[in-house]
Design a protein. Structure first.
Length: 325
């Protein structure tokens, strides 16, 4: 009986492979990519570099040009991408954009094929990730949340950290793709847990950035040279990512947004959005997040005062302007 069962299950596996196994066998089949902004564009380029044909779209045609020149096929809408690819990555600004791209009239779910792996790397509300997973499952597809940490520099160098939530059996298939764009791919648990990890990280990042900007500003007013102060902080207990990798003071580091009038990088609006997600999550779980709340208010105020399009490290410039009043 056992022998018969084994033969039967082998036969079933060969003739009716599970979605995960059929996808991994076709590892260099086209990958769909939706959202070619600051992060999505370098991520999609790394997929191309690793030999994956890329089929992409973005509402802003200008964003697609560079990738098209590198050989990607550009289509008109997410539904068209879903018609052609059985693995799709989305990298969009916020929850409403993700809902539109998945559930909208020209959305992925209109044309998604059974067994398609949908990986959303946007930072959004974990409850929206869960909703998308349910909607995808109804269509026979699999949805995973895989937000990233690392910024544009890490996206360019394929050194992102992916925090992945979803069905564990699909993690290997997701990791194969995400490994071409990142240095770390970490499984966090059921769908939505990748977002939870990301939201926590960004709340700490915002608090750290504001703290670094305040500290640097105080030191400068006390007569310290900003480069020297940064050097001392970076060999002392005040060191953090905002002080040693992404210093907010112009002239301290090269190749960071503060060296380029806060252009590029991680937008203040996006940080305000992530802090809003942290606030919602804290309210839902009755968690005290005092500094997180303050950071949220500071970044919202910055958006209202003309900093929305600048990198979030422009909080240093914001503090300097506040002083002058
Ligand atoms: P971005 O605004 O530069 O890019 C988003 C892209 O999505 C844009 O090109 C936009 O045109 C496109 N888009 C929006 N709606 C669309 C739709 N309906 N159909 C197709 N395309 C659409 O944003 P980004 O900086 O690339 O960030 C993307 C996500 O990654 C955000 O959730 C952000 O919080 C997160 N993130 C960003 C950074 C960073 O340093 N920039 C770091 C980590 C995580």
């Amino acid at each position: 009986i056992i022998k018969e069962c084994l033969i039967k299950s082998w036969w079933l596996m060969v003739y009716f492979p599970s979605p995960a196994s059929s996808r991994s066998m076709a590892s260099k089949t086209p990958v769909g990519f939706i959202g070619l902004g600051n992060m999505g564009s370098p991520m999609a380029k790394n997929l191309l570099k690793h030999g994956y044909p890329v089929i992409a779209t973005d509402v802003f045609p200008e964003s697609c040009k560079e990738l098209q020149d590198l050989g990607a096929q550009i289509l008109d809408c997410p539904a068209e991408v879903a018609d052609k690819a059985d693995r799709i990555i989305t990298m969009l600004p916020s929850s409403p954009n993700v809902i539109e791209v998945y559930n909208g009239p020209n959305g992925i779910l209109k044309k998604v094929k059974k067994g398609t792996l949908l990986i959303d790397s946007s930072t959004i509300d974990p409850s929206v990730s869960k909703e998308m997973a349910v909607a995808a499952e109804k269509m026979g597809a699999v949805f995973m949340d895989a937000p990233v940490s690392g910024g544009v520099g890490a996206a360019n160098l394929a050194k992102l950290t992916f925090m992945v939530g979803g069905v564990e059996e699909e993690f290997t298939a997701a990791k194969e793709l995400l490994g071409s764009m990142g240095a770390n791919v970490v499984y966090c648990g059921p769908v939505g847990t990748g977002q939870a990890a990301k939201i926590c990280n960004n709340m700490l990042l915002a608090i750290g950035m504001i703290g670094t900007a305040e500290t640097m500003n105080l030191g400068i007013r006390l007569g310290l040279d900003p480069k020297l102060l940064a050097k001392i902080l970076n060999m002392s207990s005040g060191r953090c990512w905002s002080s040693d990798t992404y210093n907010p003071v112009p002239g301290v580091m090269e190749g960071v947004p503060s060296a380029n009038n806060y252009q590029g990088g991680f937008g203040t609006t996006l940080m305000a959005k992530d802090l809003g997600l942290a606030q919602d999550s804290a309210t839902n779980t009755k968690t005290p997040v005092l500094l997180g709340s303050l950071a949220h208010q500071i970044y919202r105020m910055m958006c209202a005062r003309g900093y929305a399009g600048k990198d979030f490290s422009s909080v240093f410039q914001f503090l300097r302007e506040e002083e002058g009043q």
